[in-house]
Every structure is written in C-alpha cells, then in structure tokens.
Ligand binder design. Structure first.
Ligand SMILES: [Zn+2]
Ligand SMILES: [Zn+2]
Length: 329
C-alpha cells in the first residue's frame, strides 16, 4: 500500500510502498477513504512531541471501510464505515481507566503516534476504539470531527456553563465547535490574528456573534474561553477577558510557555486548565450531536502525496477550516 511515512522527526514525510497491515486480535483492517490532518501531526513532525514510533504513519482522523477482521473482532461488518480517532488503545486497568478517565490512561497508545495511522491506503485499528460515522456526513467532511471536533467538544464540556464563550484561534477545531456552542445557546466571540478578515468572516458565517482581534476590549466578561492556538500568551489574554468564575481551557497538546501573570487575574474563582485526549464516551456523545446540529465542516482537500504541503499550510495558517487527505474510494 502507498503511505506517507515519517522516518525521522524534523524531516518531511516520504512516500513509501509498505506491506498491507494485518489485523491482530481485536483489530479490524480498514480501507482508508480520507484522513484529517491535525496540528498535532505537525507537532510530531517538528519534534515537539517526543518519542513517536518510527518509522511512523501519521494521521488520527481516519474515515474508511472495514475490509476484514482479526481474530475475535466482531463489532463491525465488512463494508461498514468506521472512524478512527487519536485514542487507539488503553490498558483498561490503571486507576484512570477504572475511574472513567481513559483519556489519561498510563499506558494509552495513540493513533498516528504510538500506532500507525491513516496517511495510507489501509490501516488497522482496535475495533473497541473505532466509532460508527453518522450517515449524514460524507467521508471527507466527517474526518475532522474525529479529532478537531472531539477535542473541541471535550474542551467545551470542561469549560462549564455560561453565556459568553471566547474561541482563541479559529482553525479546524474552533470552526466545528463554534457551531455546536451556538446550537447550545452560547454567544460566541471568535478571536483571531489582527487583520485576519477572512477567518473572522468564516466565524460570523458559522454563528459567532462577534469576531475580531485578540485583545479587543469588546471580547470581555466571558464565562469561558477555549484556546486552540499553541501560544501560551493567549492563556493570559483569555484569563484577562474572563468574568468571575470563568474557565480558560487549553485544547492543544503542545503550547509555548505561559507567561507569569498577577494573581488578581485568577482571583474570583477563575480556572485555567488543559484538556487531554478523549474518551470513547466523548465520541459516542459527540458524533450524533454533530449530526443533529448539523455541523458543517469547511474542508481543504489534498491528495495523499501532498501531505507535506497540507502540514505546511497548517503551520502557516493557510487552511480555512480543516485540512483533509483524500486517499481512496
Ligand atoms: Zn489505563
Ligand atoms: Zn488531532
């Protein structure tokens, strides 16, 4: 099968012909149709996330069809459409797994990081961690739901209740969760780079009540904020915009250092926290919710062989919405 492979961190992906993966016990073999490209993939290529499996097939937003099952796998039938997310395996026994926090599993394995992912024509996955994809979504529009959507959803859940929500950085994840938040009655404030009128326009078209530059005094007195851009300064900017009791959530897996700030900004029960990974329950809740909104993902499509260009476009903020690799039928 054809795959885009990371052989060494810091190097571009290289196109390789690899043997088809063979599903082990409990796994299914999937004919990959599309795979979303995530900022996390960029952090892996750049070496900000250390110790990936090498060589590695990236990609943890896989949509495809089940073509065969390994021993003991019986959840899906041949031809069923499945989605494969970032959480690829957990031990099920550690204290986090036993308390409904498998996203924090001590021995978790992640798709496209510890396990080969979906920048390839075929992939294997543990069937227990796959999701059925609601029929409403075409393959390519469904792919970004599997990480950008799911992590956004978990972030929104952990941001708590309120009326006014700030989204800092309006890319793949924010453009999805904006629609979910609006459907849930939030007044959404989208904060982008100064002068990025195109992204601000996208935010308004997706239901944001206000869109403007980070630091604009109009985006204040917020009950919650989710910071999607990997920029530590934004955590403090968002905290500055919080109403009493407000929560700032960092949705990313990697971020530049957060500068120090006066305690006064945190006082009045404001919270600053991160969100890590996902649980299967998040996916079971989110995918039907996304279908009911209904969420419309705005996608930029690339052929598999152009994965490096897709990553580069994310790096330079050139993707409006989500980048997706078109791989097979
Ligand atoms: Zn565990
Ligand atoms: Zn991701």
């Amino acid at each position: 099968m054809r795959a885009m492979v990371l052989e060494a961190q810091g190097d571009p992906l290289v196109e390789r012909e690899l043997p088809d993966p063979v599903p082990a016990e409990g796994q299914i073999l999937i004919e990959v149709s599309t795979c979303g490209v995530c900022r996390t993939d960029l952090h892996i290529v750049d070496g900000e996330l250390t110790e990936p499996k090498l060589p590695l097939v990236l990609g943890h937003q896989i949509v495809g069809r089940m073509i065969s099952a390994g021993e003991g796998a019986g959840r899906f039938a041949e031809g069923d459409r499945v989605g494969v997310p970032w959480l690829g395996w957990t031990d099920g026994t550690c204290r986090f797994c036993r308390s409904g926090r498998e996203n924090l599993c001590e021995h978790a394995k992640f798709t496209g990081y510890d396990l080969d992912g979906g920048y390839a024509e075929r992939a294997v996955a543990d069937e227990r961690f796959c999701f059925p994809i609601p029929g409403e979504f075409p393959d390519d529009h469904a792919a970004p739901l599997l990480c950008a959507g799911l992590i956004g959803y978990r972030s929104l859940r952990l941001a708590g209740e309120g009326e006014r929500l700030g989204l800092y950085g309006f890319g793949s994840s924010a453009h999805i969760i904006c629609q979910v938040a609006v459907a849930r009655g939030w007044h959404v404030y989208a904060l982008t780079r100064e002068g990025d009128g195109e992204t601000q326009e996208l935010a308004r078209s997706l239901g944001a009540e206000w869109a403007g530059a980070v630091g604009d005094p109009e985006a204040a007195d917020l009950d919650a904020a989710i910071v999607f851009a990997p920029v530590g300064d934004l955590m403090v900017e968002a905290l500055r915009a919080m109403a009493p009791g407000g929560t700032v959530v960092s949705a990313g897996i990697h971020m530049s250092d957060i500068p120090s700030f006066p305690y006064e900004l945190l006082w009045h029960e404001r919270t600053m926290r991160s969100v890590a990974n996902l649980t299967r329950l998040d996916g079971e809740e989110f995918l039907p919710l996304a279908a009911s909104v209904p969420v419309e993902t705005s996608i930029q499509v690339y052929p598999l062989g152009d994965a490096n260009r897709a990553l580069d476009d994310i790096r330079h903020g050139r993707v409006g919405g989500s980048a997706v690799l078109e791989i097979g039928g």
